[in-house]
Design a protein around this ligand. Structure first.
Ligand code: IDP
Ligand code: MG
Length: 140
């Protein structure tokens, strides 16, 4: 097993409902440690840049509006196989397809307001962590 780091975002729907603690409990119970964390309101420019890979998708503008609709909590999670492990803890993008016990099955409102983001590959984890955190902010 290799220790990895991944970028996590607790999305506005979850922050608004005051369930960041419940979501963090899922990460910790699943073997992931929070090694950096901050709460922020994303600007439109920052949300557009973060999701630029989805620019051509029909849901892109709605997604940017949603991600800027309230504060988010961005985190660096660390642990064995953290990237896939976090995706497993999150569950499928669409909560109707998410396995029971996953964050999205329990807390997501719909396919857009699905409570959490997690990096999907080693390359994207590195890019996404540096998008939000200076190395000096990460204390392993
Ligand atoms: P992921 O978050 O599970 O990696 P992606 O396909 O990368 O899923 O999509 C990024 C985000 O865009 C999703 O988490 C969700 O908030 C939103 N999204 C994805 N597909 C749809 C859709 O069909 N309608 C509305 N929003 C969507
Ligand atoms: Mg994705």
């Amino acid at each position: 097993m290799t220790s990895q780091r991944t970028l996590s975002i607790i999305k506005p729907d979850a922050v608004k409902r005051n369930i960041t603690g419940k979501i963090i409990q899922k990460f910790e119970d699943g073997g992931l440690s929070i090694i950096a964390q901050k709460r922020m309101l994303l600007t439109k420019e920052k949300a557009e840049a973060f999701y630029s890979v989805h620019k051509a998708r029909p849901f892109y503008n709605d997604l940017v509006s949603f991600m800027t609709s309230g504060p988010v909590v961005v985190q660096v999670l660390e642990g064995d196989n953290a990237i896939q492990r976090n995706r497993d803890i999150m569950g499928a993008t669409n909560p109707e397809e998410a396995d029971s016990g996953t964050i999205r099955a329990e807390y997501a409102l719909n396919i857009e307001a699905n409570s959490v983001h997690g990096s999907d590959s080693e390359d994207n984890a590195v890019i996404e962590i540096s998008f939000f955190f200076d190395p000096s902010e990460i204390n392993a």
